[in-house]
Design a protein around this ligand. Structure first.
Ligand code: HSE
Length: 325
């Protein structure tokens, strides 16, 4: 993976552009831990060097045209502010963002902006960051949107593929760090993403969650996570079908998503391997085996929305953030 998002000739660059894909977090069984990249949409950041050691929000284009102008409140720039400070840089960054992921969609839009910005900024550094360091700085940006540090969107958007991202213990003022494992993707695993015509605030969707879990729920959730991980490592689609379910978070959040149970039923009517909320919602994801199955699931889900949604079907791949110029 190392070097994947860097080039060798960029020492003197004053401008760089990077793309970071959307992502699906939680993956039913791994709340705040698991995620996979969804390279069917993404955000692009253009980062330019400026003389002053500060960070400036530039143009915002695409699906959104107004984002916070304060660099500490903008997900794309908050990590870069910290980078300028940590590295004691004698220059700064102007960051323009092209939003290809709707905000409040559950498709990892905040994470993608943060990842694209740090990947582009890295191109302008004389001493490059490692992937894990980029992850830490992107996490600071993502934290602005969700109110806490969890890398289940940032890690797959940066690394690509299906990742397990566990926060390390760090002191409050230290840069947050993450232990990332890249998980195997069984061949022929497809995803259907459905984005209903609705917007949900991540902080709201986190704020309603109960802080405690019953022992029996903990046991069931642990079993599903363990079975799911086994299924990935053994390419066991029956075991994926058995374990890809969320009995903890989904029941608490489903009411926030208009039509959630109808869309989920439509996925299961088409024999989906599993279907639940993507990230904090309102998007849903379903898994399928092979393209024909995925198209059938997508068609069924779209019909249930009466066309008031956008949907994609794609094969899971290891495609993460990349420099594009
Ligand atoms: N794991 C997070 C959640 C993703 O579901 O709240 C969104 O930040």
């Amino acid at each position: 993976m190392k070097g994947k998002v860097t080039t060798n000739i960029a020492m003197q660059l004053t401008r760089a552009k990077a793309f970071a894909p959307a992502s699906v977090a939680n993956v039913a069984v791994g709340f705040d831990l698991l995620g996979f990249s969804a390279d069917v949409a993404g955000d692009t950041a253009v980062v330019e060097k400026i003389d002053e050691p500060q960070v400036v929000v530039g143009e915002v284009t695409g699906l959104m045209t107004s984002l916070p102008l304060s660099p500490l409140e903008n997900t794309a720039t908050a990590g870069l502010v910290r980078l300028v400070r940590d590295r004691k840089l004698n220059f700064g960054f102007r960051v323009s963002i092209q939003k290809g992921i709707p905000l409040g969609s559950g498709l990892g839009g905040s994470a993608a902006s943060a990842v694209a910005a740090i990947v582009a900024a890295n191109e302008l550094l004389e001493a490059r960051l490692t992937l894990n360091e980029m992850l830490s700085y992107a996490l600071i940006g993502e934290g602005v949107a969700s109110g806490s540090f969890h890398a289940d969107n940032v890690a797959p958007s940066l690394f690509g593929g299906l990742t397990l991202a566990a926060m390390n213990e760090t002191a409050p003022n230290e840069l947050p760090t993450v232990t990332v494992s890249e998980l195997p993707i069984p061949e022929g695993l497809w995803c259907v993403l459905l984005h209903p015509n609705q917007r949900l605030d991540t902080k709201q969707a986190r704020g309603i969650l109960k802080p405690h879990l019953q022992l029996n729920s903990h046991i069931e959730a642990s079993a599903n996570l363990a079975l799911f991980m086994t299924a990935l490592f053994t390419s066991d689609f029956d075991l994926i079908r058995r374990s890809l379910r969320d009995d903890v978070i989904e029941p608490q959040r489903a009411h926030l998503i208009d039509g959630f149970y109808e869309y989920q039923k439509a996925a299961y009517d088409a024999n989906a391997l599993g279907c639940t909320i993507s990230g904090a919602g309102p998007a849903l994801f379903a898994w399928a085996r092979g393209e024909a199955h995925a198209i059938a699931v997508k068609t069924s889900m779209l019909q249930a929305t009466s066309g008031l949604a956008r949907a994609w079907a794609f094969e899971l791949k290891r495609s993460g953030a990349r420099v594009v110029s």
